[in-house]
Each structure stands twice: as C-alpha cells, then as structure tokens.
Design a binder for this molecule. Sequence first.
Ligand code: HEC
Ligand code: HEC
Ligand code: HEC
Length: 90
Amino acid sequence: MKKIIAAMALTIFAAGAAMAADTMTFPAKMGNVTFNHKMHQDMLKDCKICHEKGPGKIEGFGKDFAHKTCKGCHAEKKAGPTKCGECHKK
Ligand code: HEC
Ligand code: HEC
Ligand code: HEC
C-alpha cells in the first residue's frame, strides 16, 4: 500500500514539473489578473494564438498584448471578460 501511494505521488510530481503552471497571476496596479493557462490551452488547442514564436515566455508580454490579444478575442467571441474589473481583481 505504501509503495502504491509513493508511486502515485511521484507520478503527480513528475507530471506537474513538466508543464507550465495551470494558472498564472500577472501583477498590475489596476488589480492583479489571474489567467487560467490550462483552461485556455484545452479550450483553444492552438498554442500559436498566443505563442507566435513557440511555447515559453512571450516577448513583450504586458498591457498591449493583453488588451489586444486577450481582450480582443473575448470581445470577438462574446465570451470571457472585456470589462476592466473582470480581469483586474484586487
Ligand atoms: C490564450 C493565450 C495562450 C495560449 C492559447 C497558450 N498560452 Fe502558454 N502562455 C500564455 C501566457 C500569457 C504566458 C505567460 C507569458 C509570459 O510570462 O511571458 C504563457 C506561458 C507559457 C509557458 C511558459 C511558462 C512559464 O512558467 O514560464 C509555456 C511553456 C507555455 N505557455 C506553453 C503553452 C503551450 C504548449 C500551449 C498550447 C498547448 C500554450 N502555452 C497556449 C498564454 C497562452
Ligand atoms: C482566442 C481567444 C482567447 C484568447 C486569446 C484569450 N482568451 Fe480568455 N477566454 C476566452 C473564452 C472563449 C473565455 C470564456 C470561457 C468560458 O466562459 O467558458 C475566456 C475566459 C477568460 C477568463 C474568465 C474565466 C477564468 O479563467 O476565470 C479570464 C480571466 C481570461 N479569459 C483571461 C485571459 C487572458 C489574461 C488572456 C491573455 C493572456 C486571454 N484570456 C486570452 C478566449 C480567449
Ligand atoms: C482580458 C483581461 C483584461 C481586461 C478586460 C483589461 N485588462 Fe488591463 N491588463 C491585463 C493584463 C493581463 C495586463 C498585463 C499585466 C502584467 O503585465 O503584469 C494588463 C495591464 C494593464 C495596465 C498596466 C499595468 C498596471 O500596473 O496596471 C493598465 C493600466 C491596465 N491594464 C488597465 C486596464 C483598464 C483601464 C481596463 C478597462 C478599460 C483593462 N485594463 C482591461 C488584462 C486585462
């Protein structure tokens, strides 16, 4: 029994370490923005929508990217937050 639990714990640890965090928090004076990366990955499938140059840090990520790419898609799809306070929470 102990062995099974140890093996399970190891599997969960290994899977977690190989992927980006499920949710990310971007600090902003307006209020921090919590982004569910995993949900967007699963929902959108195509990484290139946000990662033009491949997975990893996004060069120049910040206000302009967020307000164009993030908010732009929400507005276009009429789904997801478009109001300031819906993304920028305390
Ligand atoms: C809706 C936009 C979006 C989609 C779609 C998306 N990502 Fe991301 N991803 C981000 C953002 C935003 C960051 C953080 C960028 C930064 O800090 O520069 C990020 C960061 C990452 C990182 C770096 C994580 C870290 O901890 O530094 C990896 C790796 C990654 N994404 C992989 C993927 C893969 C693989 C896919 C497709 C299955 C994907 N992403 C789809 C927005 C997205
Ligand atoms: C290509 C389309 C697309 C892009 C790009 C995109 N989103 Fe979304 N997002 C959605 C859709 C669609 C929903 C609504 C999902 C639902 O309600 O089931 C959503 C929901 C959300 C939500 C509310 C759900 C939650 O996780 O609490 C937040 C916050 C959010 N997005 C933040 C972001 C941020 C920040 C970025 C950019 C880094 C981003 N999104 C980029 C399509 C997108
Ligand atoms: C779809 C989510 C989303 C919406 C809607 C949104 N923002 Fe942002 N905003 C972000 C993200 C993500 C950043 C980047 C934060 C970072 O780089 O740490 C950002 C950055 C900013 C910044 C610069 C960083 C700071 O310190 O505050 C300002 C100012 C800002 N937003 C104001 C607004 C205002 C005003 C509105 C409404 C008109 C708005 N935002 C709507 C997601 C959003």
